[in-house]
Ligand binder design. Structure first.
Ligand SMILES: NC(=O)c1ccc[n+]([C@@H]2O[C@H](COP(=O)([O-])OP(=O)(O)OC[C@H]3O[C@@H](n4cnc5c(N)ncnc54)[C@H](O)[C@@H]3O)[C@@H](O)[C@H]2O)c1
Length: 320
């Protein structure tokens, strides 16, 4: 099977590339390396450097006649999206429209899309399931929801079947690769502190209604995400129907728990500073993955906190 993985040089995408290569797919990676790295790309895959904003660049990728597109390319900083919405409209929404136009032109039948927990906004109940209201609270989440809606219409009007995979907090590493510069997510920040690159971790609020007062989130190992992509690809091809599922563990970990566990595993002290809450941060976000289990037979196998933290430390202690 020919698989075109757009954004395959990035953190999650490069793990998806490994899994698809292991499953003997012929993989082409298309990436502009704006946040990804050439070295992340599995040598079994072909890398094409190009931008989804440039139709002529995309033509090179579609010349390989992919059977399936896996689309992970996006800007993903929710905070930045509130100050620079145009940047997010262009890259995330217009970029996806370009990809869909090429898929229509080349009659590519399937797309697997990286959606996000951000489409839900603040939880109205827990665990969040796929029927939860969709009320993004940042522009990034809005772009992901708009893309899901585009996919729905392209499926209806053009017959392109899709899977929208709503990832919760991606974490962990499958094998050594480059790490994100200036990370915004908690675990990479904790790792940078453990590795001595950063002084401390800012803990945004310790007065939430959670067991230790700090925010609780649902962390999912990238190896489990990669496995779900492969299963989703098989699902849409076999059933010829669309799929929208959460990828999560239904278990929450608080900020302080993660700090303590990282101290245990790394043997390093992780200094932290309690600062005021950030506007719009809910106390707890955990999500049900029952639907992904039912439809894909998928269950997280690598997402316990020890495995996540150990795998990250293995990479950060040598890379940072
Ligand atoms: N990391 C998370 O916790 C998380 C959670 C939910 C959803 N997501 C989504 O998953 C996807 C991958 O996230 P990631 O954490 O691996 O991020 P990442 O930044 O490591 O990967 C994105 C990749 O897309 C490439 N890219 C961006 N714009 C491009 C363009 N215009 N043309 C070509 N390539 C482009 C980047 O160079 C990078 O390699 C994103 O769509 C993100 O929104 C991530």
């Amino acid at each position: 099977m020919q698989v075109l993985i757009i954004g395959g040089a990035g953190y999650i995408g490069s793990h998806v590339v490994n899994t698809c290569c292991d499953k003997h797919c012929a993989v082409t990676v298309f990436d502009n390396l704006s946040s990804g790295f050439r070295e992340n790309v599995d040598p079994r895959a072909t890398l094409i450097i190009g931008d989804i904003m440039r139709i002529d660049n995309l033509e090179k990728a579609f010349a390989q006649k992919p059977d399936v597109v896996i689309h992970l390319a996006a800007h993903k900083d929710a905070g930045e999206s509130m100050h620079k919405p145009e940047k997010y409209s262009h890259n995330n929404i217009s970029g996806t429209i370009n990809i869909l136009a090429k898929m229509v032109e080349h009659k590519t039948p399937f797309i697997i899309f990286s959606s996000s927990a951000a489409v839900y906004g603040s939880p109205e109940y827990l665990p969040i399931d796929e029927n939860h209201p969709l009320n993004p609270e940042n522009y990034y989440g809005f772009t992901k929801l708009e893309i899901e809606r585009l996919l729905f219409w392209y499926s209806k009007l053009k017959g392109i079947r899709y899977a929208a995979l709503r990832y919760f907090n991606a974490a962990g590493y499958g094998s050594p690769r480059n790490v994100e510069k200036n990370p915004g997510n908690l675990l990479p920040i904790i790792m940078e502190v453990a590795a001595g690159k950063r002084k401390d971790v800012k803990v945004y609020g310790n007065d939430y209604d959670t067991p230790d007062g700090t925010g609780v989130r649902d962390y999912i190992h990238v190896l489990d995400l990669a496995d779900a992509h492969y299963r989703a690809m098989e699902y849409v091809q076999t059933h010829g129907t669309d799929l929208v599922v959460n990828l999560s563990t239904e278990k929450g970990l608080s900020v302080l728990e993660l700090i303590r566990k990282t101290e245990e595993i790394t043997g390093k002290k992780i200094p932290y500073e309690i600062t005021p809450r950030r506007p719009g941060d809910p106390a707890t976000v955990v999500a049900s993955a029952k639907l992904a289990h039912q439809l894909l037979g998928w269950k997280p196998q690598h997402s316990d906190s020890d495995e996540i933290i150990r795998s990250m430390w293995d990479v950060y202690k040598s890379k940072v």
